[in-house]
Write a protein that binds this ligand. Structure first.
Ligand SMILES: *Cc1c(COP(=O)(O)O)cnc(C)c1O
Length: 226
């Protein structure tokens, strides 16, 4: 579909522009196309356009879809909440988990026989006061980071957040960046920042995002959830 190619080309150009405006190299930014609710066929079309990083957020949907696409050498990112009882399954089919937000999930991801390759993880930070939103509170980041770094089989990449609704996103991304700088005083290698979605990736790039998670701006509207 020509529209898909058009959106991918446009968004990629906007990402490059935003990077250059921020004095950053576009190739230092990884664009993850979030394909939740879309069929495997859409992933194949994106692959044909050169997309290599894909994101999914629901285990029930991601597991069969990723299995169906196992012939592609894609990098799969899990960006949604992970139930502890599904953690071992999720770790079996993704390369990166962006939503580690509690100690029990670290345990669940590392229980059982060690995997061949370490699983890359981000600590998701909750930037709201609402404990029901996913993510660890900022005050919990340090202990969670120590636990991940001390674990067998997990590689701490950095921090992830979703900007809260109805606030200026750039200010929230600046908060995550400050937390990241703090984290790096203890864990210098955990320097990645997963932030920025369809509506706010420019602001995220200005604040140092290294991993963008972009859905609708590239895929078009998601089909209604079944
Ligand atoms: C769906 C989703 C995205 C992509 O959202 P868009 O607004 O469609 O770009 C990014 N991050 C997470 C955690 C998501 O669940």
């Amino acid at each position: 579909m020509a529209d898909l190619e058009q959106r991918w080309t446009t968004v990629s150009a906007e990402i490059s522009d935003a990077a250059r405006s921020a004095g950053r190299a576009p190739h230092d930014i990884t664009t993850i196309v979030v394909t939740k609710f879309h069929p495997a066929e859409l992933v194949r079309r994106l692959w044909a356009l050169g997309v290599r990083n894909f994101g999914e957020s629901r285990h029930q949907e991601a597991q069969p879809k990723i299995a169906e696409l196992s012939d592609l050498d894609a990098v799969w990112h899990f960006v949604g909440q992970v139930q502890s009882k599904k953690a071992k399954l999720v770790r079996g089919y993704v390369d990166v988990v962006h939503s580690v937000d509690r100690s029990s999930l670290v345990d669940a991801l590392t229980s059982g026989p060690p995997a061949i390759a370490p699983l890359e993880v981000f600590i998701q930070v909750n930037l709201t006061e609402d404990p029901d939103r996913g993510g660890a509170q900022p005050a919990q980041v340090e202990s969670l980071a120590d636990e991940i770094v001390g674990s067998d089989g997990l590689l701490l990449k950095g921090l992830m957040a979703v900007a809260p609704l109805n606030v200026e996103p750039r200010r929230e991304f600046a908060r995550l960046r400050a937390l990241s700088e703090q984290l790096r005083t203890q864990h210098g290698e955990a320097s990645a920042l997963s932030m920025g979605m369809s509506g706010d990736f420019r602001e995220a790039i200005a604040e140092g995002a290294t991993h963008l998670r972009i859905g609708t701006a590239i895929t078009g509207n998601r089909p209604i959830a079944g």
